[in-house]
Design a protein around this ligand. Structure first.
Ligand SMILES: [Ca+2]
Ligand SMILES: [Ca+2]
Ligand SMILES: [Cu+2]
Length: 377
């Protein structure tokens, strides 16, 4: 998903998405209604993961407001393929870029217990007058291939079709919406009334960095994020363990029903939810699986884990020096983590804790947010 591509195709998508969808549907099989339910997956091969060994350092002082101490330590990072196949498609399998499982150690840090909320982001904007990327008019220099009439400030919004569509291209459910930004998450007609405790969305990487600088915090590295999200467990599929449902109870805001046209909100939340509606993990972190994706500071490369695995225990890895995504060569991307309210076992199960996402830095969407960390002083 990149802003430039959607800006370039905005008119086509907005104008004739339904037409395109119907035309292609007649030639393609509809995706099966039920894939393998997550709850029935076997636990990952335990021998790929070794025990998590947390640092025994106690918290170096009182916690900053809204943060918890993550002790850091040595752990096994990555995601095994729960189906035992080496597939590299987004779906039930953890993609190959999350392997090999490798040993990493990170130092301790403070971490926000929740995704950054609209209330928090509004304080930052009020104090600084900051204007987010989605609120700025795109320039022809930034998007040389876009027709000039498409150069309108906006952002990428999930716009589900009202009928089943093949899951072959995300253009079927993502649109570039004029006037969508953090203040207007679904477009100009929407606003933040009653949504103060929802995660801020439509934030580009530089917006996240600007907010972090103001808050005296920083974005987590991918390794810090995964250490924290695992909550001390080793090799578990989810931040809370290996069963998707715990005593029949949902543990994260994800998508139920036929994706993308039907959200049955069996987990009690259709679409995005206020932060902290589900139990925290063992470190006290809410929504590390689902609700909104979270930016990390690492560049994305699918071969980075292979590089790390060759060098013994990786100490405080900060990501590769450059980015490469074979599916969109030439477009640098940062790593996203945690999955979102749109993740489903039918299409993308990246609420699984070791799995990885990625995104072009100028591209915010309405399912991507921020969670920050802070070094002990
Ligand atoms: Ca949901
Ligand atoms: Ca999240
Ligand atoms: Cu997903």
């Amino acid at each position: 998903m990149t802003r430039s591509k959607l800006v370039a195709v905005a008119l086509i998508v907005v104008g004739t998405a339904a037409g395109i969808g119907f035309a292609l549907m007649t030639r393609q099989q509809e995706a099966p209604r039920t894939a393998v339910p997550a709850a029935t997956l076997p636990a990952v091969a335990a021998d790929e993961f070794e025990a998590t060994v947390p640092n025994d350092a106690v918290a170096p002082g009182p916690a900053p407001e809204g943060m918890v101490w993550i002790p850091g330590g040595e752990f096994s990072m990555g995601a095994a393929d729960p189906l035992g196949k080496d597939a590299n498609v987004v779906g039930m399998q953890a993609t190959e870029d999350s392997r090999p499982i490798h040993r990493v150690s990170v130092d301790g840090f403070w971490m926000d217990t929740t995704e950054v909320t609209n209330r928090q982001f509004a304080e930052f904007v009020k104090a600084t007058g900051y204007v987010t990327v989605a609120e700025r008019k795109p320039t022809q220099e930034e998007f040389p291939d876009a027709p000039p009439e498409n150069l309108i400030a906006g952002s990428v919004v999930f716009t589900p079709p009202d009928h089943a569509v093949p899951l072959d291209t995300h253009f079927r459910w993502w649109s570039y919406v004029d006037g969508a930004n953090w203040r207007h998450p679904a477009g100009p007609a929407s606003d933040l009334r009653g949504r103060e405790d929802y995660p801020v969305v439509h934030v580009a990487y530089e917006d996240a960095e600007a907010y972090a600088k103001w808050a005296g915090k920083r974005l987590p590295t991918e390794a810090e994020w995964e250490f924290a999200a695992r909550g001390g467990l080793s090799g578990a599929l989810y931040p809370w363990g290996n069963e998707f449902l715990v005593d029949g109870r949902f543990m994260a805001n994800t998508h139920q029903g036929h994706f993308p046209n039907e959200d049955t909100h069996a987990d009690a939340h259709g679409g995005i939810a206020p932060v902290a509606q589900f139990p925290a993990n063992a470190y006290g972190l809410y929504d590390v699986a689902g609700n909104v994706w979270e930016w990390t500071s690492d560049w994305y490369r699918p071969d980075y884990y292979r590089e790390l695995a060759a060098g013994g225990v990786a100490r405080n890895p900060r990501g590769p020096a450059d980015s490469f995504d074979p599916s969109e060569p030439g477009i640098p991307k940062r790593v996203h983590r945690g999955g979102s309210f749109l993740c489903t076992e039918q299409y993308c199960s990246r609420y699984m804790v070791g799995t990885r996402g990625k995104g072009e830095p100028s591209t915010g969407t309405n399912h991507l947010g921020i969670r920050l960390v802070k070094d002990p002083s």
